[in-house]
Design a protein around this ligand. Structure first.
Ligand code: GTP
Ligand code: MG
Length: 227
């Protein structure tokens, strides 16, 4: 038992060293970075495709796809003419900062404005591993059930942004919107919440406005000259 705790502590300490290293590289190169987390099938890639569709004329976007197996998601993103690199974890339930560091060589960071990391589909493990990102975006979809915020509080408590996806399906599923809203309010009142459909685009405008504003704020902090 004691050994297990020591190992866990060392793994997270090692991860934090790489996360800090990544963070420095993102800051040096003015790259705003998101860590996209949800359970399998909540719509991370679809949400990302919709986001890219709305922003790719204005921002140079790069994507890191994390999956246990296959290059399916990276191929989906690459088909939009966006640089996408797939990491296969071969069983691991999350990405860690070292995995991300290893693929950064595939990107021209000085030319990248926004880097999105789609984590392995899982609501538990990714919450523990900082990748060096600026914001954690956690997605829940209406087909998963409104009790999930209470059942997986850790990941929702750490989110900077919480997305409720698949709101087009609300008439057909027994998702309790009021419960979702009040649970979020209790667990993470500081989170910014967007209710969207990545299929029909409902609510996506508010999200991309938030993202653009945060990107601007980030680059202004770094002294970006807008004139
Ligand atoms: N109706 C509806 N379906 C959606 C929406 N977003 C995604 N989907 C569907 O949900 C399924 C899973 O979507 P993905 O984007 O592949 O989900 P994911 O979270 O990336 O999945 P993994 O990468 O395997 O974890 C697909 O069939 C999508 O078409 C939405 O807003 N509404
Ligand atoms: Mg995906």
């Amino acid at each position: 038992m004691n050994k297990h705790i020591t190992l866990g502590h060392n793994v997270l300490k090692h991860n934090m060293e790489y996360a800090d290293k990544n963070r420095s590289r993102f800051q040096e190169n003015n790259v705003y970075t998101l860590n996209l987390i949800s359970s399998p099938g909540s719509g991370k890639t679809t949400f990302l495709e919709k986001t890219i569709g709305q922003l790719k004329d204005d921002l140079e976007i790069g994507v890191i796809e994390g999956d246990i197996a296959t290059t399916i998601d990276a191929e989906r993103i690459a088909s939009m003419n966006v640089k996408a690199v797939q990491i296969n974890t071969h069983g691991a339930c999350h990405l860690d900062a070292k995995m991300v560091e290893e693929v950064l060589t595939h990107f021209s960071l000085e030319d990248t404005d926004l880097l999105v990391v789609e984590n392995v589909g899982n609501l538990v493990c990714p919450a523990e591993f900082d990748l060096g990102e600026h914001a954690k975006i956690v997605i829940l979809s209406t087909t998963e059930g409104s009790e999930k915020v209470q059942k997986y509080p850790n990941v929702f408590a750490q989110a900077d942004v919480i997305i409720l996806n698949k709101i087009d399906l609300l008439p057909y599923v027994s998702f309790e919107l009021s419960r979702f809203r009040s649970d979020i309010q209790q667990i993470n009142p500081d989170a910014t919440v967007f209710e969207v459909s990545s299929i029909n685009g409902l609510g996506m405008g508010r999200w991309t406005k938030w993202l653009t504003e945060n990107w601007v704020e980030h680059t202004q902090i770094k002294g970006f000259d807008w004139t």
